[in-house]
Design a protein around this ligand. Structure first.
Ligand SMILES: Nc1ncnc2c1ncn2[C@@H]1O[C@H](COP(=O)(O)OP(=O)(O)OP(=O)(O)O)[C@@H](O)[C@H]1O
Ligand SMILES: [Mg+2]
Length: 377
């Protein structure tokens, strides 16, 4: 498949020596919804600005549809960007804001009118055309900003944190609309977020960034189920983690000795079996796979804990247990599942080895060790 965006070892250092991008390489295919996720300051906006051409990079290469973008100005790139705060022109009506891109391209009045109508219909903002940006709601401004970026039908639409400036209900609505719009009109959508839920639910593929480096690139399920680093695993969801040492390896499983006993996990696809024995690793199992054991359960992994507390989220319950004074273990169950326990009650938790895995690398960033990332020492 044709690559629409290709970044090779992009690096960027701002004046004052902040290394915003240290080495970022990735490829985006035609019609992909590609999400860039990472903590604040990891370089997400820097990367999007470089793709848009409003910021230059120091080294590496950037190609859009096979063309090297070095020295290609923003308006000559087949790219459109929706900025973080929507940035509508305050002195123009909604209609003029949306039409702006096509005006700049010198399109005639009838075509502009047709396209603006299409956009307002697609984004459900009909009837607002004559208002000024300060006369519409935050959610409507967001959709006008999207219409303005989309109207030129760019090959690449860049969205920098489009979900972070509105309340939760609107975020969800806008996210759903983005997915529908993407399905409807296609093209590459590249969106930054630090919200794992939006990232996982929208992405065809995602890139997890940390300190200007790539932690992992993959589909949401690849990263969720087969993380390559502990950082990537943590970034896409809740995790139970135990530090341990690999004792034994079989073709499909590994046994990890931890301070709570020896736990079995499935063999991580990416790792070479021979290299694992004796290695310090993080053993990980997500809370939705951990259950309170019944007497007769024949599961591979058992852990004795005390019940601590629970959180009710409407459709699910998060149960919190203590394995020792510092170590919390979480279990997520459906709110329909029966669960009763007294605080301090001793219980046994269990989970199948096929749902647990290990990571031997804390992060792609040098100098982070496993214990530090697990225990926050
Ligand atoms: N114009 C600038 N001059 C100097 N340093 C900058 C500039 N813009 C960003 N930085 C720094 O570069 C790093 C990356 O910034 P960037 O805005 O790309 O992060 P981000 O991932 O988008 O963060 P956030 O999630 O908070 O938006 C940060 O350390 C930031 O302080
Ligand atoms: Mg940013």
């Amino acid at each position: 498949m044709a690559k629409v965006v290709e970044a090779r070892k992009l690096a960027k250092r701002y004046k004052g020596a902040v290394e915003a991008l240290r080495e970022v390489s990735f490829e985006v295919d035609e019609n992909e919804f590609f999400i860039i996720m990472g903590p604040s300051g990891c370089g997400k906006s820097t990367l999007l600005r470089i793709i848009a051409g409003i910021l230059d990079y120091d080294s590496g290469e950037l190609y859009i549809k096979g063309e090297n973008m070095k020295n290609v100005p923003p308006h000559r790139r087949d790219v459109s960007m929706m900025l973080e705060n929507f940035a509508l022109f305050p002195h123009m009506t909604v209609y003029e804001n949306i039409a702006f891109g096509l005006r700049m391209l010198g399109k005639d009045k009838d075509e502009i009118d047709r396209e603006v109508r299409k956009m307002t219909r697609l984004l459900h903002i009909e009837g607002l055309e004559d208002r000024m940006p300060n006369e519409i709601s935050g959610g409507q401004r967001q959709r006008v900003a999207l219409a303005r970026a989309l109207i030129i039908r760019p090959s690449v639409l860049l969205l920098d944190e489009p979900l972070s400036h509105v309340d939760y209900q609107l975020q969800r609505k806008f996210a759903e609309m983005l997915k529908e719009v993407h399905r409807e009109i296609g093209g590459v959508f590249m969106l930054t977020t630090h919200d794992q839920e939006h990232g996982l639910s929208l992405a065809d593929r995602m890139l997890i960034m940390n300190s200007g480096l790539v932690e992992q690139i993959g589909t949401p399920t690849q990263i969720y189920n087969d993380p390559q680093t502990l950082f990537a695993a943590r970034f896409v969801g809740e995790l139970n983690t135990f530090a341990g040492t690999v004792e034994e390896v079989s073709p499909d499983a590994v046994w990890v000795k931890t301070e709570f006993g020896t736990f079995k996990a499935r063999h991580p696809a990416a790792e070479n079996a021979r290299d694992l024995v004796g290695r310090r690793v993080a053993y990980i199992v997500r809370p939705e796979h951990v259950r309170v054991a019944r007497e007769d359960s024949g599961q591979d992994n058992r852990l004795s804990v005390y019940f601590n507390t629970y959180y009710y989220f409407g459709h699910f319950l998060e149960l919190v247990f203590s394995a020792d004074a510092q170590t919390r273990v979480k279990s997520v169950i459906s709110a329909n599942e029966p669960f009763t326990a007294k605080v301090g009650e001793q219980l046994t938790l269990t989970w199948p080895y096929t749902k647990a895995t290990i990571v031997s690398k804390p992060s792609v960033v040098e100098g982070v060790d496993i214990e530090e990332l697990i225990y926050g020492k």
